[in-house]
Design a protein around this ligand. Structure first.
Ligand code: FAD
Length: 451
């Protein structure tokens, strides 16, 4: 570290309510996330660490951190719980990681709208517990909800449990507003309404330090978990589609191919080999699902109320499916895609013919712009980047929309295009480009857009 850098540490030491973490092992641990699900990212990120980590306990300390980073032109990367899969919270150019976990308070709840105002470092499991006393719950949860923060979910996640009903985090109506601190000479705490929040939503913390969020919540329901056994894969898709178009409350609808089921934890596996449909619904919903299962001639088991289960099905869906596959064999990696509408089976059968059991199918029901749709997080055996690209190209050519989980930038993992509003927000709130540098592609090429 240069003497200049040492000086910035001295400045941090003068700040009240700021913990400074310098131990090499802690700094390394807090510079990492779950990028190792991607061998491509592992190669790029294994050597990336911050110089030090800071943990502010109040707004004043947080704003001082921004001011010092500005003064010394030090990169600043934000961290919630570090459960992202894209290396979102990994500093590419050293500098400071700011751990947000002390910003963990529920600040306000409005019973008329059901909107909750919560600090960004609040863990979603804790937030949901607090919402319970108002008879509410979060609409959307990643399968990491027990440990991940709400700020990290908004800045780095996309959707998950609840997406079957509420779509994705960037859909209008989910995020109502936020407060964020700017990275300027004199950092300011600004309030953003829903429209103004859009460029900061899913921007990997590249254009503002989110301190609190205003979110829509749902009425708390008692969700029951059901597993439907199915011998024919084709039928699983027909059944899931029938359920998503029925007039019932659903929190989750997923399909795991038999070979994936075999590698799930022992509590979930069944003796007979079958594909499984996983559903979370209400007691009322079960009444409708029962005759649908009869019609399709398939068996279903009611596991019980999800919250009361020792092991719930929330632990084997979304990217937790990949987690369990990888705990068996680290050569499993994954893809994320929206399957072509009404052509899902055609894509799966063509990919199966060509790639056989190298690609195994895990499907999640989602709502896309208000309509039921099937997304997939297939797991695949790693056999080099060329094969990975070929599989992605095959899926694209068959009509899938890929959200590539093997890239570092906001754009690469999302729609693949630069969002000029995100870049404009960065120019305004982080003109030196110090927030999580290297993650917003549009910033690197902003001249092309006359921004
Ligand atoms: C097994 C597994 C399952 C997963 N399942 C899902 C899933 O179902 N759905 C899903 O969307 N994701 C999923 N993820 C990814 C991840 O867990 C979630 O997106 C999670 O919400 C991230 O929260 P975090 O607190 O860990 O954020 P982090 O990983 O710490 O940060 C994520 C991004 O947000 C930025 N950030 C954090 N705090 C702030 C802040 N206050 N202001 C501005 N920027 C900030 C960080 O810089 C980083 O770019 C999964 C990951 C794993 C390993």
């Amino acid at each position: 570290m240069s003497s200049n850098n040492l000086k910035f540490i001295e400045n941090f030491r003068q700040v009240n309510n700021l913990e400074i973490i310098e131990s090499q092992s802690d700094v390394k641990r807090l510079s990492k996330d779950f990028y190792n699900y991607s061998p491509v990212l592992t190669e790029k990120l294994d050597g990336c660490f911050a110089d030090l980590v800071v943990r502010p306990s109040d707004h004043n300390a947080l704003m001082k951190v921004a001011e010092i980073c500005w003064e010394f032109s030090i990169p600043l990367t934000l961290r919630g719980s570090g459960t992202g899969n894209y290396g979102q919270a990994v500093p590419l150019f050293k500098g400071v990681v700011m751990h947000m976990n002390r910003f963990d308070k529920l600040e306000d709840f409005d019973p008329d709208t059901g909107f909750v105002k919560v600090q960004s470092g609040c863990v979603m499991g804790d937030l949901n517990k607090q919402l319970e006393k108002y008879g509410r719950e979060l609409r959307l949860l990643p399968s990491t909800w027990k440990t991940a923060t709400i700020g990290g979910f908004i800045a780095g996640g996309s959707g998950g449990i609840g997406s079957i009903r509420w779509g994705f985090l960037r859909d209008p109506g989910n995020l109502i507003g936020l407060e964020a601190v700017t990275m300027n000479e004199k950092p300011e705490l600004l309030k953003f309404n829903a429209e103004e929040s859009e460029p900061l939503n899913h921007a990997y913390g590249t254009n503002g330090i989110i301190t609190s969020l205003l979110l829509a919540t749902d009425i708390k329901r008692r969700w029951y978990s059901i597993v439907i056994d199915c011998i024919e894969f084709k039928k699983t898709i027909e059944i899931l589609k029938t359920l998503t178009s029925a007039a019932i409350d659903l929190k989750l609808g997923a399909i795991l191919e038999g070979e994936i089921v075999d590698q799930m934890p022992t509590w979930f596996k069944s003796k007979a080999r079958s594909h499984k449909i996983l559903i979370q619904t209400t007691l009322g919903g079960i009444r409708t699902i029962e005759p649908i299962c009869k019609k399709f001639n398939v068996e279903f088991s009611l596991l019980g109320e999800e919250e009361k289960l020792v092991n719930g099905i929330s632990e084997v869906v979304w990217n937790h499916t990949t987690l369990h596959m990888r705990s068996r064999d680290k050569n499993w990696t994954y893809l994320q895609m929206l399957l072509p509408l009404n052509n899902e089976l055609e894509l799966i059968s063509v990919i199966r013919k060509k790639w056989n059991k190298k690609v195994l199918w895990h499907i999640e029901a989602v709502s896309q712009q208000g309509s039921p749709r099937l997304a997939a997080l297939p797991v695949l055996k790693w056999n080099g980047v060329e094969e990975l690209n070929e599989i992605m190209d095959d899926c694209k050519n068959l009509g899938a929309f890929i959200f590539n989980p093997h890239v570092l930038t906001v754009e690469g993992g999302g729609l693949g295009v630069v969002d000029a509003d995100q870049v404009k927000a960065k120019l305004k709130f982080d003109p030196k480009g110090l927030l999580n540098p290297g993650k917003l592609e549009g910033w690197e090429i902003k001249e092309q857009f006359n921004i």
